[in-house]
Design a protein around this ligand. Structure first.
Ligand SMILES: Nc1ncnc2c1ncn2[C@@H]1O[C@H](COP(=O)(O)OP(=O)(O)OP(=O)(O)O)[C@@H](O)[C@H]1O
Ligand SMILES: [Mg+2]
Length: 357
């Protein structure tokens, strides 16, 4: 647990931290977001003593960082930054091995650790001997992440670590990062400029302005109850839509009024089943519970679709909404492992959901 107690810091006339009280819980990702210059990096650097406060205290598990040796403290805390800070003349192996070697780990242990970390960030062994300039930006950020995890620190400070990656690679690295965190449960303080990144990654999100914390809450709370106009503006016009990205298809898939038929049903029987239920689509589900195909009404006629579009249960509702808008489908089936049919999501439900916020 990292606790800030009435922490203030100024640089000349600039107040970078103004009586900050905040606690970052163990095993959570706490995201800091706010306009440029509001004090995010300063707040983070006070945790590993790259910056010391003018007043107040910062405690890790009840011990003041000000009482600890800054060099040892830094080695015990992972740190990843946007520019990654890889050493260009060091191989990827040597870059990742940096802190374990400083901590004088035996070389076999260092080697095992580096290989394990490459695997964790989904880079294969062949990367070990390459140099930073031979990697893409996204790959370099993976190495940066691996390096910050190298000595298995309990705390990880990440200052816009994925800032320089394009949206597609960013989404991949987010997923890698989240599944790593699911396993490792580090205490992470994460700075970003990007609200959708904050909402996707944060267990809690802190909104900063001019050295103060305006709101610190779950993404859901922040999106649905922004505490001021400033926060609402920062969230942007699409905050109602953003909240959809917090919800998974699996939570919304419903069997209500869903018509399912077996594969040996003929289209007349399907037509009458649809008519009775007042529905336009029937899903063909096998005895194993898997989605096979669908029938749909086109005017008066029943048509067969052997390869129906279906959505994975882990997709979020925002993605689902955009698929519906793109394809014009008003109802789509949700599937689990190996196409197990879990129910449907209807466009009306999504619209209701947005309107309710
Ligand atoms: N070493 C320093 N000397 C003087 N002023 C500084 C120093 N470090 C930060 N500042 C000032 O303190 C304020 C907060 O800086 P900080 O780097 O914490 O902002 P930030 O929220 O991380 O911004 P950004 O989003 O642009 O990275 C800024 O006005 C900055 O200019
Ligand atoms: Mg910064």
């Amino acid at each position: 647990m990292i606790e800030f107690k009435k922490v203030s810091k100024s640089f000349g006339q600039t107040v970078a931290a103004d009586g900050i009280d905040i606690t970052f819980a163990d095993g959570e990702i706490s995201v800091l977001i706010g306009p440029s210059g509001c004090g995010k990096t300063t707040l983070m650097k006070m945790i590993n003593r790259l910056v010391d406060p003018d007043s107040g205290d910062i405690q890790i598990d009840g011990r003041s960082v000000l009482s600890l040796d800054p060099v040892e403290l830094r080695r015990s805390i992972g740190y990843a930054i946007q520019e990654v800070g890889l050493f260009p003349h060091y191989s990827i192996f040597d870059n990742i091995a940096l802190v374990p070697r400083l901590l004088k780990w035996p070389s076999m242990r260092v080697k095992d650790r580096v290989m394990e970390l490459l695997d964790l960030v989904t880079l294969d062994e062949s990367y070990a001997d390459r140099y930073p300039a031979q990697l893409s930006g996204g790959e370099r950020q993976r190495v940066g992440l691996a390096r910050s995890l190298a000595a298995d620190p309990g705390i990880l400070l990440m200052d816009e670590p994925f800032g320089a990656i394009d949206p597609i690679n960013r989404s991949t690295i987010h997923n890698t990062f989240l599944s790593i965190q699911e396993e490792l449960k580090k205490t992470i303080v994460f700075v970003t400029h990007d609200m959708s990144e904050a909402v996707k990654l944060g267990d809690r999100v802190a909104i900063l302005r001019e050295g103060q914390i305006l709101q610190f809450d779950t993404p859901e709370q922040i999106l649905s109850n922004p505490e001021s106009d400033f926060v609402a503006d920062l969230l942007g016009k699409d905050r109602r839509i953003q909240i959809l990205s917090l919800k998974r298809n699996s939570e919304y898939a419903s069997m209500d009024d869903v018509v399912t038929v077996s594969a040996d049903e003929d289209s007349l029987a399907v037509a009458s089943a649809l008519e009775q239920a007042g529905q336009a689509i029937a899903f063909v589900v096998g005895p194993d519970g898997k989605l096979q195909s669908r029938y749909y009404l086109d005017g008066q006629r029943v048509k067969f679709d052997g390869r129906p579009l279906h959505l994975d249960r882990k997709m979020d509702l925002r993605e689902t909404l955009s698929v519906m808008l793109e394809t014009g489908e008003r109802m789509l089936p949700v599937t689990g492992k190996q196409r197990t049919f879990l129910g449907v999501i209807r466009l009306e439900r999504l619209v209701e959901e947005v309107a309710r916020l």
